[in-house]
Design a protein around this ligand. Structure first.
Ligand code: PBG
Length: 331
């Protein structure tokens, strides 16, 4: 119940900064941020990514340096994605199982540099390793087959856990993979390795710059609509989340971010599990393009979108703007 005007004037509480601070309902801190990083071969290498202005691929030494930077900024976790050299990509994505692949070397370098001062989240899916750019194994018709792919994803997850990954994040959208991975982690005595499931991941047009960054964009023929979700669906996202929780996910993700805040809110309302949102590469690029075109203040745009995720009920946000946002938050 609210008294009517003029007894109630909602502008009263907005008149001064101290009062706005006192009435603020949502807080954003560096601890809400997960920083996605792209790894590439070499030593001392930084390769800027044209479609993601301000974001680079780093060689393993540079990745360890970024992780140290994250610790200093109060960012609790980094997410790793490899740009596998072309000659190591194959039909079956076998490089994903190599204990010395880029991903595993990056995990070890971060753990050597930072120990448990930071969490390392690793993506499980075959697209950075396949010559066709799909997230799984394909049959003669090019269809991504489910159960055979799950068997490979289990080995990929174990490979990452053995290298020291803290959070396994399957982004492949195969059915049944969370249960298979959780059981394999338990059997392998990786009891404290978490699973953050990309539970509601949509077949989106916002992944373009990411595919450039991991080098799968030029390889991919067609789309991922036979496994990633239809952007028109919302009830189905709740079914995906319910299944992944039942299969053993510790937390779930909604992806992309801004166009799907309604899904974040529904998941938050209906389940007692932390929900994270991924502000994906195309969203980052859109903000950067808007700022470059003079259509808005870059820092203000970034902070407003990140606050939006928290307000929608997200426990945290994966964002390429993580270091900028943390710097702003740290003053
Ligand atoms: C791959 C994967 C993708 C992203 C994260 N993991 C791309 C895709 O599904 O094609 C996208 C992230 C981004 O756009 O920032 N399984």
């Amino acid at each position: 119940m609210t008294a009517s005007y003029p007894a109630t004037r909602l502008r009263r509480s907005r008149a001064h900064a101290w009062s706005r601070a006192m009435h603020r309902e949502t807080v954003l801190t560096p601890a809400d941020l997960i920083w996605p990083l792209f790894v590439t071969e070499g030593q001392g290498v930084e390769e800027p990514i044209a479609s993601l202005p301000g974001v680079s691929r780093w060689s393993v030494d540079g990745i360890a340096a970024r992780a140290k930077e994250a610790v200093e900024l109060g960012i609790p976790c980094v997410a790793l994605f490899p740009n596998t050299p072309a000659d190591k990509r194959s039909d079956d994505g076998a490089e994903a199982l190599n204990p010395d692949n880029l991903m595993c070397r990056a995990i070890r370098a971060i753990k050597d540099a930072c120990g448990n001062d930071i969490g390392v989240l690793t993506d499980v899916a075959l697209d950075p390793y396949t010559s066709h750019g799909q997230d799984g194994l394909i049959d003669d018709a090019g269809y991504v087959v489910n159960d055979d792919t799950v068997a490979v994803l289990v080995d990929q997850a174990l490979n990452q856990a053995q290298a020291g990954a803290d959070i396994i994040a399957p982004s492949d959208m195969m059915d049944g993979r969370i249960k298979a991975i959780r059981m394999a982690l338990e059997m392998g005595e990786h009891h404290n390795v978490q699973i953050m499931s990309y539970a509601a991941k949509y077949a989106s047009a916002f992944y373009g710059p990411f595919r450039d960054a991991v080098g799968s964009g030029g390889l991919l023929k067609g789309d991922k609509k036979t496994y990633q979700m239809d952007p028109a669906n919302s009830d189905e996202a709740l079914r995906e989340v319910a299944l992944d929780i039942a299969e053993g996910a510790d937390s779930v993700m909604v992806k992309p971010g801004l166009p799907y805040l309604d899904i974040v809110r529904r998941v938050q309302n209906e389940f007692d599990v932390p929900v994270f949102a991924y502000q994906v590469s195309g969203e980052y690029a859109m903000i950067e393009a808007a700022a470059a075109a003079g259509a808005g203040d870059r820092e203000a745009l970034v902070m407003e979108t990140l606050m939006g995720f928290k307000r929608a009920g997200a426990s945290g946000v994966l964002t390429y703007h993580a270091p900028l946002a943390a710097q702003i938050l740290n003053g």
